[in-house]
Design a protein around this ligand. Structure first.
Ligand code: NAP
Length: 244
């Protein structure tokens, strides 16, 4: 298992749900955190909790549907942390369910792509080159197993596009000690997943940590957090190593 104490992680969408679970779990391993959401107030209690784990925590805000705010966020990240070693592109939006799939407004596709794809690509573009220079980095892009639900097409196809981006970038990072992988968290009880989901939000740990903690850098793999539910981190890493 890679030691991540002293490293810095950026978790987008850290104010609740899966992002919050990931941020807390990373801090327990000694990792410093940049916590992102749309308002610093939404991560202030989490930052306090994380500071109590003896690491540093900084809150930043940006609406990822707004290119101007994303630009501002990227310059603030550079000032908030000496470097970002681990990136969880976790924030995302899901538009309302449309019974009439033929009438989904084009604007919902545009906003979903701006937020769930284009902004996340900008964050990758801003942070991965310096990871390559420092010869270490872990990028984990949150995708979804959503399938055959055209009523949620703006969300589903934006996630598919982000998955394709991740997959196609992977060979470029070969031998760089920087990895890029996708993470399917499973269907979880969160604001986005709803209370109908079969899995509790904390079941995303330890699986969500696996792509960050694997000792060798492997890219282009899809990690499914639910494959590791109920395991210790050590057991999860052992299982992931065996899958190679
Ligand atoms: N839950 C599931 O069942 C499930 C299944 C498959 C994949 N996923 C993926 O897992 C990730 C996290 O999902 P979740 O269930 O934890 O979602 P969630 O509970 O709805 O939380 C979403 C997070 O993203 C932030 N966010 C929302 N809109 C934003 C915007 N326009 N700009 C910037 N940040 C924004 C929120 O911050 P604010 O406090 O500012 O709103 C919040 O921190 C997403 O990528 C999702 O697609 C979830």
């Amino acid at each position: 298992m890679i030691a991540i104490n002293e490293k810095w992680a950026l978790v987008t969408g850290a104010s609740r749900g899966i992002g919050q679970e990931i941020a807390i779990a990373l801090s327990k391993l000694g990792c410093n955190l940049v916590l992102h959401s749309r308002s610093v107030e939404r991560t202030s209690a989490l930052a306090e909790q994380i500071l109590a784990n003896g690491v540093r925590a900084v809150s930043l805000e940006a609406d990822l549907s707004d290119p101007a705010q994303v630009k501002e966020l990227l310059s603030e990240i550079a000032n908030a942390a000496p470097h970002i070693d681990i990136l969880y592109n976790n924030a995302a939006i899901m538009m309302p369910y449309h019974d009439d799939v033929w009438e989904i407004p084009a604007e919902e596709f545009r906003k979903s792509f701006e937020t769930n794809v284009i902004s996340q690509i900008k964050i990758c573009n801003a942070l991965i080159p310096s990871m390559i220079e420092r010869r270490w980095g872990r990028v984990i892009n949150l995708i979804s197993g959503i399938n055959e639900q055209p009523q949620l097409a703006p969300y589903a196809i934006s996630k598919a596009a982000f998955e394709k981006f991740t997959h196609d970038l992977a060979p470029l990072l070969e031998n760089s000690e920087v990895s890029i992988n996708t993470l399917d968290p499973g269907w979880l009880k969160t604001d986005m997943g709803s209370q109908e989901a079969p899995n509790s939000v904390d079941s995303v740990i330890p699986g969500a940590l696996v792509p960050a903690l694997l000792s060798h850098s492997i890219s282009g793999r899809e990690f499914k957090a639910q494959d590791y539910a109920g395991m210790s981190i050590e057991q999860a890493l052992q299982k992931a190593e065996h899958k190679n």
